[in-house]
Design a protein. Structure first.
Length: 737
């Protein structure tokens, strides 16, 4: 077969039948290229387009074939695909799309046919094109405009560099048809890519958005069928597999009634509207800002509703928490009766922060429950059972106990069976917690000025509410306010107690001071009465009475002064080497008269191998021994008193025991406090300062003091003081009665 030029050159002169027969080879080429493009996938269209351009160049024996495309603004020409015969030397940096060739470029942008078989075919105004063609070696050129849907976008170009070619008119429609196939394939790829991008964007909006998007079809009887539910909505509302089902079959009637009212309003108004709603869903109450958009058919009837629900639960809960904290602060500030106020605060916390909560208060080393509340009132009896059977202490396994031990908040975001067992005492305890409901838990300390005051425990039983850092922060904020209120109440009680003790002290002190003064007054009046002539014996007895009352006044004043110095942190210690045995003997000798008048027998046991020497303050140590012994005389009158002294290692131990009335257990922990009196001042005198002074002096000397007592069986006070090394002397043991 000859060249295409040989076959098509005489087309203008041949008969119609002959022309058709001569174009049959090209028709077969068109069919083959068309079939390949139709069957090509979007991923292989470019490959088939390149192959088609190659076969076109080979068929017409040209050196280059190109498919050009106009830019979207119709100002530029873009090469979409091309084929260049191997061995062809081209300067591809030049051409109508790149060079300043206005005649050539303008006609291509206008969609005009450009054709020259030789350079002499170019018109005079295209001289710059002829110069360009001569420079690059272009001999013949054909550019066929291609239109898709009546819009000119492409050019199919055939260019010959080796020889001249003739481009007959009969060839143009076939090349235009082939160009339309090429451009159509590219357009199909472009449309499919656009559809794919649109689908991706739709999926991103519908499936990846955090908002809930739903589509409802409206039935003639105004029921609503769920046609689309995005995954975010399924997770948010806790409903799965709902597409194709009626909404009233998925939700409770009460909830459906509320939703249907809003849907019908959207249908009746025919316009979109927005509103906020609280929905009691299977996973708990959730809050939404919802927008409903009606979709109408050709008749104007709303046949579909598009809904977009923005999750505002966090915002609403934050607002509720802020109101809760403000109300709690107001309630806690209204009264210092914290038992009443904490019960009210517990009611506020349910259900805003928890489904049930309890408050445990630490007082005098013991924790007791002071308030509790449950979202279900019928379960509050279980809270009472929980408090009675499983009270909180520092060694138990329950969360509040752990907080008491560590002083740190405890967060259990989830409480599966193993976690529940680890934080309960036994199986019955775990069962009780399950009956109350526990899916998430927070226990936070009630603190004020670094002091542990109790524990606030908040529990969630809703499947959709699991505590995290934000909830813990809110709980700690509430606990901080409760802690301050408790501390204020404690300070108020202490202030009231201090005032009471002050008034009681002043009353007792005035009585205690008045008694010796009255005795002195009577004694001196008797001595000064000129009508009385006292015998020497009576005079001596009166003077001894005066001496005793003066000593008593001196001790009272010394106690008051010592307490004043202690409170003002001006208690001075004059340390020197002191033998405790000599101090004890001196005090015993001084109080022999008091012992005799009280009818007390003193058993003195000095069980040491030598002197008991330490660097102490002699006068203060004298006060300690005196106060302990006078205390035993006062409360153990008529009974045996034992005073023991021993050296054990580096410690001197002084033990004073009586068999008197003893101390009640509830008063024993406070016996060394200022103004503390274990018995009524009506029956026993004194300022209530002696034991307080003993503790302060002993601790100032680096020692310790403790008391043991059983009501009705007497008391024992033990003082331990640090010793200095001493040389062992001969045996020094005595029992003195």
């Amino acid at each position: 077969m000859g060249t295409v030029e040989d076959e098509i050159k005489p087309l203008g002169e041949a008969s119609s039948q002959t022309a058709i027969e001569q174009l049959l080879p090209f028709e077969r080429l068109l069919s083959e290229i068309s079939a390949g493009l139709i069957l090509a996938s979007p991923a292989t269209v470019q490959q088939h387009l390149r192959a088609g351009l190659r076969r076109l160049a080979e068929f017409f024996d040209v050196d280059r074939t190109v498919l050009w495309e106009q830019s979207a603004d119709h100002q530029e020409l873009l090469e979409r695909e091309s084929y260049t015969r191997p061995g062809t030397r081209l300067d591809l940096r030049e051409g109508p799309a790149r060079m300043n060739l206005p005649w050539w470029r303008l006609r291509m942008l206008r969609g005009e046919l450009i054709r020259f078989s030789t350079l002499t075919d170019l018109p005079p105004e295209a001289s710059h094109v002829r110069a360009f063609a001569e420079r690059v070696g272009l001999r013949s050129y054909l550019s066929v405009p291609i239109s898709i849907q009546s819009k000119h976008r492409h050019h199919l170009v055939l260019a010959s560099f080796r020889q001249e070619r003739v481009w007959p008119d009969a060839l143009i429609p076939r090349l235009r048809l082939l160009g339309e196939m090429f451009a159509g394939a590219l357009e199909r790829v472009r449309i499919e890519q656009a559809l794919r991008q649109s689908e991706l964007r739709y999926r991103e909006v519908f499936e990846l958005t955090s908002d809930c998007i739903f589509l409802l079809d409206v039935t003639p009887d105004l029921r609503f069928v769920v046609t689309r539910f995005n995954p975010a909505e399924e997770q948010t509302v806790g409903l799965y597999g709902v597409e194709g089902r009626f909404l009233d079959e998925l939700l409770p009637q009460s909830l459906t009634r509320t939703l249907y009212a809003n849907f019908r309003r959207c249908i009746e108004s025919g316009a979109s509207f927005s509103y906020e709603e609280a929905l009691p869903l299977p996973i708990g109450v959730r809050y939404f800002h919802t927008t409903l958009i009606p979709v109408k058919d050709a008749t104007g009837r709303t046949h579909r509703i598009v809904g977009i629900a923005h999750h505002i639960t966090e915002r609403v809960e934050a607002e509720q928490t802020a109101h809760l904290l403000a109300d709690a602060s107001r309630i806690l500030a209204e009264s210092l009766d914290y038992q009443t106020t904490l019960a009210q605060v517990a009611r506020l916390a349910v259900p805003v922060l928890a489904d049930w909560c309890v408050v445990d208060i630490l007082e005098h080393g013991t924790c007791h429950r002071i308030a509790g509340a449950h979202v279900d009132p019928s379960k509050e009896l279980l809270l009472q059972v929980l408090a009675e059977r499983y009270p909180v202490d520092a060694v138990a396994s329950q969360p509040a106990s752990q907080v008491l031990r560590t002083g740190q908040a405890l967060l259990l975001a989830n409480t599966p069976e193993d976690v529940l067992r680890a934080h309960t005492r036994d199986a019955a305890h775990a069962t009780l917690i399950r009956m109350l409901g526990c899916l998430s838990l927070m226990a936070v300390p009630l603190m004020a000025r670094g002091r542990m005051l109790g524990v606030l425990t908040l529990v969630s039983s809703q499947p959709g509410r699991h505590y995290g850092p934000t909830a813990l922060h809110h709980a700690q904020d509430l606990a901080h306010r409760i802690g301050l209120a408790l501390d204020n109440a404690r300070l108020y009680r202490e202030a009231q107690e201090s005032i009471r003790l002050r008034d009681e002290f002043l009353s007792i002190a005035s009585h205690e001071l008045r008694t010796p003064i009255t005795s002195l007054n009577l004694a001196t009046q008797a001595l000064l009465d000129p009508q009385l002539q006292p015998s020497p014996e009576k005079l001596h007895r009166t003077l001894r009475l005066v001496r005793r009352q003066i000593d008593r006044l001196t001790r009272l004043i010394e106690e008051i002064l010592t307490v004043s110095r202690i409170q003002g942190e001006h208690l001075e210690l004059h340390r020197e080497e002191v033998d405790l045995i000599s101090v004890v003997r001196a005090v015993v000798a001084r109080l022999e008269g008091d012992l005799a008048r009280a009818g007390c027998e003193l058993q003195l046991r000095l069980d040491t191998a030598g002197p008991v020497i330490g660097r102490w303050d002699r006068s203060r140590l004298d006060e300690v021994v005196t106060n302990l012994l006078t205390n035993a005389i006062k409360f153990g009158a008529g009974k045996l008193i034992t005073l023991e002294l021993e050296a054990v290692g580096d410690v001197a131990r002084l033990i004073v025991s009586d068999r008197g009335i003893g101390i009640a257990p509830e008063r024993l922990p406070h016996i060394f406090e200022r103004f503390e009196r274990a018995v009524s001042s009506k029956h026993y005198g004194g300022l209530g300062l002696g034991l307080y002074i003993v503790r302060e002096i002993v601790e100032a000397l680096g020692g310790s003091v403790r008391a043991e007592s059983y009501l009705g069986f007497g008391s024992t006070f033990t003082v331990e003081l640090p010793l200095r090394p001493w040389e062992q002397a001969g045996p020094h043991h005595a029992d003195v009665h």
